[in-house]
Design a protein around this ligand. Structure first.
Ligand SMILES: NC(=O)c1ccc[n+]([C@@H]2O[C@H](COP(=O)([O-])OP(=O)(O)OC[C@H]3O[C@@H](n4cnc5c(N)ncnc54)[C@H](OP(=O)(O)O)[C@@H]3O)[C@@H](O)[C@H]2O)c1
Length: 247
């Protein structure tokens, strides 16, 4: 019964694996038996993730998902995959009237466009195995709004729509596509979102479980989505937020 949750024999790609949630997903996938391919821009961060992974056979690929040539080169380097975790993401927090065009572009390039182009190339190269699983890391910010997060929320909303469209398109091949929508998880991304300590304390009151997420809370759900245990799940948007969205 437990074997259905294993990732043994599966080759999994994880983007944004040089730190944070992506690093945790990589380590926990390796513990569950997967052969893991990790990517991000920072090679030192990727090396540190490699050192935390269990067993051998994993590899790393440096690539900027915001640069199409690097996305295409990455697709060429990768082997045939059983699972993809599109986790890389950035946040730019500011009211709409202060947003610059380049801020919109970089947010959409990294959060959604790079992942779309990578999947397109992998499909063209027949590098996603039948009955494979694709898992996006979206955000609860795609459905519960906070002021200053408009562009980030819009990019994550785009992921949600794309997840459902792609799930429909790839279902005949048995490839499943789902998205995970985390609430606040303590990682470096919080520093980039310019949230003050006071704001964080107030925000915590909206979490009925009484704490923010840990990267591993997200990783265990991703392992389920990559495993055969979720064979009948596709096109689903799974919220995991300590109850934030029902409060
Ligand atoms: N933490 C949260 O509260 C939270 C909540 C909901 C959703 N999420 C989502 O979860 C995902 C991971 O977030 P996190 O908190 O772990 O963030 P993080 O610690 O800042 O990690 C982000 C990852 O994305 C990679 N990345 C950024 N820009 C990239 C680019 N141009 N090309 C390739 N890789 C790039 C980074 O690697 P390099 O810098 O080395 O390239 C890093 O590995 C994101 O999609 C985020 O939106 C996070």
């Amino acid at each position: 019964m437990n074997d259905v949750f294993t990732l043994k024999g599966k080759e999994i790609l994880i983007t944004g694996a040089s730190k944070g949630i992506g690093r945790s997903i990589a380590v926990i996938c390796s513990k569950n038996g997967a052969e893991v391919h990790i990517t991000a821009r920072n090679s030192e961060g990727l090396e540190n993730t490699m050192n935390l992974m269990h067993t051998n056979g994993h590899d790393l690929h440096t690539a900027d998902l915001g640069i199409t040539e690097e996305v295409n080169a990455l697709a060429k380097e990768l082997p045939i995959l059983d699972g993809l975790v599109l986790n890389a993401g950035i946040v730019k927090t500011m009211p709409v009237r202060f947003i610059k065009e380049e801020g919109i572009d970089v947010t959409f390039d990294v959060n959604i466009k790079g992942s779309i182009l990578l999947i397109k190339q992998l499909l063209k190269l027949k590098k996603i195995r039948e009955n494979g699983s694709i898992c996006f890391i979206s955000s609860v910010a795609s459905k519960k709004m906070t002021v200053g997060n408009a562009i980030y929320s819009a990019s994550k909303g785009a992921i949600n729509s794309f997840t459902k469209s792609l799930a429909l398109e790839l279902a005949p091949k048995g490839i499943r596509v789902n998205a995970v929508l985390p609430g606040m998880v303590k990682t470096n991304i919080l520093q980039d979102s310019s949230i003050s300590e006071d704001d964080l304390k107030n925000h915590l009151n909206k979490y009925p479980i009484g704490r923010f997420g840990k990267p591993e809370d997200i990783s265990y759900l991703v392992v389920y989505l990559l495993s055969n245990a979720s064979a009948w799940m596709t096109g689903s948007l799974l919220t995991i937020d300590g109850g934030y969205s029902i409060s």
